[in-house]
Design a protein around this ligand. Structure first.
Ligand code: TYM
Length: 331
């Protein structure tokens, strides 16, 4: 059975990008793979959350994992910081991660541009910690969205470098995975970039949003004056609405609006109404379960402690092997 690892940072509520890029694949993979799904609380420290926010956000992701259908009886759900072995592997991998390659990572460059006053070392070595997460369980498949593709490439580089340096084949190459043909990139509602937590509350649709909130956000999504000639290429903001429609609606619905667009007969209001209703329907079960689960403190604690222990077992084994390979031996 192949091993699968993936995580989500504890930065708040999960949105449709997290769901279609990552969590939906987690749920589908859990029965045929040995799965580890964690909450990347250490990664979220790069932006210096308050202790209260950090703890509440970790809990939120746990609740939403369960609500989305991850079964803790078959998959291991754990909190990254509860498996301290990851910090040790991160340290070893840092010795073979070079400044130049870390500085060239797209996500690092984006973060520097967005927040030039907080270019900390944790941000620079973010991909090394991510490689440690993956290699800690010697995973081969990593379900993630398109924005993580380069991090997976870097993980392979670090794994291969370790193998070469210590003349071993201990780590196998992990690959980004999605059930769809390509890795998913869900756009936001602002007509510009991807759906994300840092792009503003109105840009993202959260799994926990009420139907009313979803309708309001979608109706405000950016559009234009409409097509002026038949079969013209869709501008970015319109393409984004169609991409969202493809994620939540049926192929027939997409075809219907696409044909209308190509005949210059489209009414964006109709498209948005349909999109909002299909988003409401797509998130209905998860939304209900979030409310049910979030009150059950005892269940959450018990489940997560069990997951942490299982993850540590696997991590301890890898760290013992890695220490032996490196030559860190007991006297
Ligand atoms: P985070 O919290 O930024 O994102 C979590 C997951 O959601 C996916 N995602 C998207 N997918 C499609 N469209 C979007 N608009 C969108 N926004 C987010 C991300 O690709 C990701 O799969 N660095 C990771 C967390 C992590 C991790 C790991 C993942 C830490 N260690 C080890 C896998 C393996 C991240 O992006 O978190």
């Amino acid at each position: 059975m192949e091993t699968v690892v993936s995580g989500i940072r504890s930065t708040g509520k999960l949105h449709l990008g997290n769901y279609y890029g990552a969590v939906r694949n987690f749920v589908q993979m859990q029965h045929e793979h040995n799965c580890y799904f964690f909450i990347a609380d250490l990664h979220s420290l790069t932006t210096h959350p308050t202790p209260e926010d950090l703890h509440a956000n970790v809990r939120q992701v746990v609740v939403e994992y369960l609500a989305a259908g991850i079964d803790p009886e078959v998959a291991t759900i754990y909190v990254q910081s509860e498996v301290p072995e990851v910090a040790e592997l991160y340290l070893y991998l840092n010795m073979n991660a070079y400044l130049g390659e870390l500085e060239r990572a797209t996500s690092f460059k984006d973060k520097v541009r967005a927040n030039p006053n907080n270019v900390n070392a944790g941000l620079l070595t973010y991909p090394v910690l991510m490689a440690a997460d993956i290699l800690l369980h010697r995973a081969t498949k990593v379900p993630v969205g398109k924005d993580q593709e380069q991090h997976l490439e870097m993980t392979r580089t670090f794994a291969n470098r370790f193998n070469r340096m210590y003349k071993t084949d201990y780590f196998t190459e992990p690959h980004a995975f999605s059930f769809s043909k390509q890795l998913v990139k869900i756009p936001g509602l602002d007509g510009k970039g991807k759906m994300g937590k840092s792009e503003g509350e109105a840009n993202a649709v959260y799994l926990s949003d009420s139907p009313e909130a979803i309708r309001k956000k979608v109706m405000r999504a950016v559009t234009d004056g409409g097509p002026t000639e038949p079969n013209q290429q869709k501008p970015e903001a319109i393409q984004h609405l169609f991409t969202l429609l493809e994620a939540v609606s049926t192929p027939d619905t997409v075809k219907h609006f696409d044909a209308q667009y190509n005949r210059c007969e489209i009414r964006y209001g109709d498209l948005k109404k349909q999109l909002a209703e299909d988003m409401v329907a797509a998130t209905a079960t998860v939304r209900e379960r979030i409310h049910e689960i979030s009150n059950d403190n005892e269940y959450i604690s018990k489940m997560i402690r069990h997951g942490n222990e299982k993850a540590r077992e696997s991590a301890r084994k890898t760290i013992a092997d890695v220490r032996e390979i490196i030559g860190i031996r007991k006297f």
